[in-house]
Design a binder for this molecule. Structure first.
Ligand code: SN0
Length: 317
């Protein structure tokens, strides 16, 4: 693997899942693979799980890690080629990314969408500028439209919790939120579940929350949440802002919050969320604190996803 930005960079999803689960059972199997290699982690936005799990994963492979909160501690970056830099931006990504590429063997970046300019966000301008100028493999720590380390984790977690011969019914449901959030997590989850092909996948959300069909593909959309949840084996909960009415909140309908009552007609579904989760807005306490929630185990699996990805890139370089 040369980079990890989307599922399209992965030669085979089941194989990567196997590698990750293998590391879960034997974390130090490749403890020298990353000797004398350094991972740079560049954050333009906050992070808890991605940051810590990737650091642990890199350490398991013997790598050094340098974390840089560039939004707080760095120069303000100019991302536009040809810009006349007489304003607030101090350093062009051409130099910044190229210089960091001199220091690191693998570079990883978190860059959220602005949610103002759909074109700019959906062409992945920021991460693509880093890829263009870094000169070393780049791993996404969540970009404007995708969060592949999360989605790999999600597939691993479903695989781990499903032993029956039939495909599990996986329902991704929108839930309300007070802030306008990116579409990256749901786009990416849909993209990976589709590529994996081992689930019966249904998406449910209020009208107007349709995601980019480039990622959702042929997954059926059911606008009635209760109907969608019937017989679900896994319920993947996430808020996102509107894609068509770009970046806006068009519903705050609290009846979409996931409660025990909502789970009544599921097949005792396991409940997943990428975290952080706003309790009693997105998912009720009774669910998060109850036996059906697997959010902590899911977050634990972030390490094995990151380790699988880093190892595949190290083996390639
Ligand atoms: C991000 C998102 O993409 O939805 C990161 C998820 C991994 N979530 C948030 O920004 C939550 C912000 C909040 O105020 O709840």
């Amino acid at each position: 693997m040369k980079q990890f930005i989307s599922v399209e960079d992965v030669p085979g999803v089941p194989r990567l899942v196997d590698i990750a689960l293998d590391y879960k059972h034997n974390p130090f199997r490749d403890k020298s693979l990353g000797t004398n290699k350094t991972l740079g982690m560049i954050f333009l936005n906050p992070s808890l799980r991605t940051r810590l799990s990737s650091q642990v994963a890199a350490r398991n492979l013997g790598m050094e890690v340098v974390v840089f909160n560039i939004d707080k501690e760095g120069w303000q970056l100019e991302m536009n080629d040809g810009a006349i830099m007489s304003g607030n931006t101090t350093e062009h990504v051409k130099e910044a990314a190229a210089v960091m590429g001199q220091y690191f063997d693998i570079m990883s970046i978190r860059t959220f969408p602005g949610l103002k300019n759909k074109e700019e966000d959906y062409t992945e301008k920021y991460i693509n500028q880093f890829i263009k100028y870094a000169g070393v493999p780049v791993v996404s720590l969540e970009s404007a439209t995708l969060h592949p380390l999360q989605s790999l984790t999600d597939v691993i977690t479903i695989r781990e919790h499903w032993q029956q011969p039939r495909k599990p019914k996986v329902v991704m449901t929108w839930a309300p939120h007070v802030k306008a959030l990116p579409q990256a997590v749901p786009n990416s989850f849909a993209q990976w579940i589709n590529a994996w092909g081992e689930a019966d996948f249904v998406i449910t959300h209020p009208k107007g929350y349709e995601l980019d069909p480039k990622f959702t593909g042929n997954a059926p959309i059911e606008y009635n949440q209760d109907k969608a949840l019937e017989g679900a084996d896994f319920v993947y909960v996430k808020n996102w802002s509107s894609y068509s009415d770009y970046g806006n909140i068009i519903s705050t309908d609290s009846s979409w919050m996931v409660t025990n009552q909502k789970l009544q007609h599921t097949a005792q579904a396991k409940v997943m969320h990428c975290l952080p989760v706003r309790r009693n807005v997105v998912i009720a306490d009774e669910v998060l604190d109850g036996p059906q929630s697997i959010v902590i185990k899911q977050a634990g699996n972030r390490v094995w996803a990151a380790q699988a990805v880093l190892s595949e890139i190290l083996k390639n370089s």
